[in-house]
Design a protein around this ligand. Structure first.
Ligand code: NAD
Length: 255
């Protein structure tokens, strides 16, 4: 993990990864840092961020930020610009889910998911884009979900939010790509974590369903999402904008 180690010349680039203290965000930050990208991990839990920073080393910077506190976002971005001078890559990874029967979900619960998963993504992107436009270059990656590709029961707000992300990816791409900013999304399939592993092992029927429609026959790993994010953020993807890239072992096209 040393600076300027990337064969693609990423040393000197600055990235923000929201929710970078755990899960997929941590895997994305790990890959970026391996490639010499200075990576700011932003999240709510200071201790989690500091633990992650300890593992990721000097190119990692932990900056607490609760993205659902929309009014704090402009000051957060200003602080990043003051400390680092620019943002080359923004990964909107922070997200929350809630599993509940459709009729049990309150307006407040629905709105809370939308605030974190959609409005915060919009507000943070808007503030970062203002700075990217000044340099006529930048790269934004949203993290979508299979919940936007097909119908999943008991995740009404999450499905609505991730479907909004896919629309926002396209709308941002057409407006911002002519100005040098590429915008793409990743739609992770079933990705291994201690939680998903336990959930599937305790529900054999669901496990059979998941693997039955995943042509590759196994769950993905967080590193698979890190690799995809790095590819989309790199010049190897310089002609790619407005896509929602499934990283799912074929789950979205499996029958
Ligand atoms: P996770 O819970 O491990 O990570 C989410 C991160 O976001 C956490 O670090 C959390 O602290 C942070 N976060 C949540 N609310 C926040 C807020 N208000 N402000 C700042 N940070 C906040 O979950 P994960 O599985 O790594 O999920 C990451 C993203 O990937 C999410 O957007 C999720 O919807 C998406 N996703 C995950 C999977 C999967 O299989 N793991 C599949 C599809 C999509």
């Amino acid at each position: 993990m040393n600076e300027n180690s990337s064969p693609l010349g990423d040393g000197g680039k600055i990235a923000i990864v929201t929710g970078g203290g755990s899960g997929l965000g941590f895997a994305i930050a790990t890959k970026f840092i391996q490639q010499g990208i200075t990576t700011i991990i932003a999240g709510r839990d200071k201790e989690k961020l500091n633990n992650a920073k300890e593992k990721l080393g000097d190119l990692c910077h932990a900056m607490p930020c609760d993205v659902s506190d929309l009014s704090s976002i402009p000051a957060f971005v200003e602080e990043v610009i003051t400390q680092f001078g620019k943002v080359d890559i923004l990964v909107n990874n922070a997200g929350i889910n809630m599993k509940k029967e459709f009729t049990e979900v309150s307006d407040e619960e629905f709105q809370a998911i939308l605030t974190t998963n959609v409005t915060a993504v919009f507000a943070l992107s808007r503030e970062v884009v203002k700075h990217m436009l000044a340099k006529a270059t930048g790269n934004i990656i949203h993290i979508s979900s299979m919940a936007a590709q097909y119908g999943l029961p008991k995740v009404i707000a999450y499905s609505a939010s991730k479907t909004a992300i896919d629309g926002m990816t396209r709308a941002m791409a057409v407006e911002l790509s002519p100005k040098g900013i590429r915008v793409n999304a990743i739609a992770p399939g079933f990705i291994y974590s201690a939680m998903t592993d336990k959930a599937l092992n305790s529900d054999p029927e669901r496990k059979a369903k998941v693997f039955g429609r995943t042509p590759m026959g196994y769950m993905g790993h967080p590193e698979d999402i890190g690799e995809a994010a790095y590819f989309l953020a790199s010049d190897a993807a310089k002609y790619i904008t407005g896509v929602v890239l499934p990283v799912d072992g074929g789950n979205s096209i499996g029958f």
